[in-house]
Design a protein around this ligand. Structure first.
Ligand SMILES: [Cu+2]
Length: 296
């Protein structure tokens, strides 16, 4: 899809460049030529010729040419019914400022990362929980707005396994630029393995008092499968396996989760997570180490 969008863009750019050249050439010619004496009759005819040729025929033809190329490309991006293998369905919800990703057929939930199989169409149903966001993975396809109370659909297909970067592309608040989606496409087998590992994940709460702190403080907003059921903030069940924290703010290397828990308001000001200054530092450390180990 991205390839076709790029092709369409180059065609439009080339055509617009041609129009610019022709108009500039005519303009220079008009400035330099010696004025011709015309009768009012002739002047009227010339004016009419320019209106019909330059004002109706030229734009009309240009729009037709553009539609001939553009409509089929737009059509192929729609999630129309397919013969044969059915596309994988994934629901993505935009939040200030993170991505919620759900696989309705398997019940798997994750955040800020999107795992997809390569070589197979994927239908994304996108929406928003707060303001308007826009889903865009430039190397995979076009943009689509994520609008509260409305489900938009886009079909994507990654031809090869690899990593692609997605970015919110509708200004959604101060941390809009820190709304990065890590997209990973796997071979069909690797994708199935990832999905079943996520489904069979068994998680136990952090040890002792830290566990109570997690459930009472973090768990009201964050879900961890089998431990807490918060629905307001990113699901953390596979946090240890995510490449970044805070939707692209920090690389998820050893120790980064503790840094994030301590300094998230400095790293991503205005994010919805409250400060943790009142939490016992040893509990915070235990929770961070536990979160680091959460991976399928
Ligand atoms: Cu945004």
């Amino acid at each position: 899809m991205a390839r076709e969008v790029a092709l369409l863009w180059w065609l439009m750019c080339g055509f617009a460049g041609l129009v610019l050249l022709v108009v500039s050439a005519l303009w220079i010619y008009a400035m330099r030529r010696t004025p011709r004496q015309t009768t009012p009759e002739q002047a009227k005819r010339i004016t009419l010729r320019w209106i019909i040729g330059g004002g109706i025929l030229l734009p009309g033809l240009s729009i037709i040419v553009l539609l001939v190329f553009g409509v089929p490309i737009g059509q192929r991006m729609l999630p129309l019914p397919l013969l044969g293998e059915q596309p994988l369905r994934i629901e993505i919800t935009g939040h200030q400022w993170w991505w919620e990703v759900r696989y309705p057929e398997s019940g798997v939930v994750t955040a800020n990362q999107l795992h997809i199989p390569a070589g197979r169409p994927v239908d994304l149903q996108v929406s928003s929980a707060d303001v308007i966001h826009s889903f865009w993975v430039p190397r995979l396809g076009g943009k689509i707005d994520m609008i509260p109370g409305r489900d938009n659909q886009i079909r994507l297909q990654a031809d090869q396994p690899g990593i692609y970067r997605g970015q919110c592309s509708e200004f959604c608040g101060t941390q809009h630029s820190h709304m990065i989606l890590h997209v990973q496409s796997h071979s069909e087998d690797d994708f199935a393995a990832w999905l079943s590992a996520r489904q069979s994940q068994q998680i136990t709460a952090p040890p002792a008092d830290a566990g109570e702190t997690f459930v009472a403080r973090c768990g009201t907003c964050h879900r961890v499968a089998g431990v807490s059921d918060g629905q307001r903030a990113p699901d953390l069940s596979d946090l240890g396996s995510r490449p970044t924290l805070g939707s692209g703010v920090l690389t998820n290397e050893p120790g980064a989760i503790l840094t994030w828990l301590r300094e998230h308001q400095r790293l991503k000001p205005g994010n919805a997570m409250p400060l943790h200054d009142d939490i016992d530092p040893t509990h915070l450390q235990t929770i961070a180490t536990w979160l680091e180990g959460l991976e399928p």
